[in-house]
Design a protein around this ligand. Sequence first.
Ligand code: FAD
Length: 478
Amino acid sequence: LLALFWFRRDLRLADNVGLFRALTENDAVIPVFIFDKDILDELPRQDRRVAFLHGAIADLKARLQAAGSDLVVRHARGREAIPALVKEFGASAVFTNEDYEPDAHQRDAAVIDALDALGIPLRLFKDTVIFSSSEILTKQGRPYTVFTPYKNAWRKALKPEHYAEAPSMDHLKSLKKVDGGKMPTLEALGFEPLSSKDPHPEPTPDGASKRLDRFVAKVIDGYKQSRDLPAVPGTSYLSVYNRFGLLSVRHLVRASLKAIEGSQGAAREGAETWLSELVWRDFYFQFLYHHPTAVDGPYREEYTALEWENDDGLFQAWCDGQTGYPLVDAAMAQINSTGYMHNRLRMVTASFLTKDLLVDYRKGEAYFAVALIDYDQAANNGGWQWAASTGCDPQPYFRIFSPSRQSERYDPDGEFIKRFLPVFKDVPGKYLHAPWEHTAKLAEYGIELGKHYPKPVVDHDERRLKALDIFKAARAAA
Ligand code: FAD
């Protein structure tokens, strides 16, 4: 029996369920990867994610060659390329891991139909998550839409078999010796290389392991507090690796359970809190799977009629980090220059766009989708609908973040702000949370608002009231 193994968001040889099953259930396996034109053709020509993906595929190909095989890489439409490869190699099955995004689901349905016509099965396995879409359900058999009861049920259901390693590395001898041909360059895929100044994470499982090891050794114990402070390296920075599956989620769960078991008190809480973040990841995957229309608009129907102002100038000021609110602007400088934004700041900037600038969250969601190197439709949509109060388990609409208070609380010394807004590098942090209240002090440092740094584009207190009005109006009309 000869099977294809189709890599998608699981770009690793180790602890890979679908690969393990392919290797153990067939005499020979040919690994394949498709740079999918349906996805790539929509993206800007300079795209950090594609650069990361390209690097990860080159690394995977080299590893497969070292194991005596190769990675067959095609630049084509996924739904057409897979049946074509089946014919080319005379495969009798295609093995792959499940992908829960609505578009991926549709693509897989099309591939299943095309393979059906050839009498070939597409074998799908759970690998990206601990519990897939319908494994954790309420007592009434419905999908959860509120996180805490979902998390409790998830924790209760968790057994060692759910996070056991899939020993794919032990069976690499079943890989077929094949000539995968040359890897298309980034330019051949239609993309420009990143400038060497653009910071990019090492696109390899080793790069991911280094981050995990550092996090477990130095950070996880204090994670409960450190995770909210953007100026310190207080989180794992693994999201891009999780997005493309360079580490298995079971490996992460094993690491967090080990940290939980080996500690007590605050350190134990740190590790528990980190495990909860991995549960959020499963939660949003299962939510979107069951509610695919949430990709198009508010999950809460009462908010479909929200009257966003959608002022183009204000939206542009937000994108460019020119709002006059230093924490928001520093956060936008972070995403624009690195492709990453700290979680606290994703909440702050999303809240600011929706509740202070009264811009439809879908515009911010789309902006993040292009800017984030770790862009994940389920987490991004979930995060935006949380901040906009339109989602499944959202921030209540009347609890509106004050950007200055958030700044005082989470960047008290202005360390993060100064890192990304060098204009303020010599100014004491206390003047940076609401600089318009300290114009005389700023003048001592040669800074004039409106000249060296923008005046606030809106008044938070006024806009807060306006936001409350539009939410109340939508609720009343529903
Ligand atoms: P850690 O704090 O170390 O968390 C560990 C892992 O858990 C992360 O790597 C990630 O895989 C997962 N995780 C953490 N928080 C969440 C969450 N709220 N939802 C789902 N998974 C989570 N995360 C993305 O991976 N891609 C996105 O496109 C994305 N967009 C977001 C948009 C908004 C508006 C908000 C509020 C959050 C978004 N998040 C997104 C969630 C979160 O901000 C990032 O996962 C996190 O900042 C990544 O940093 P880290 O790897 O250091 O996380």
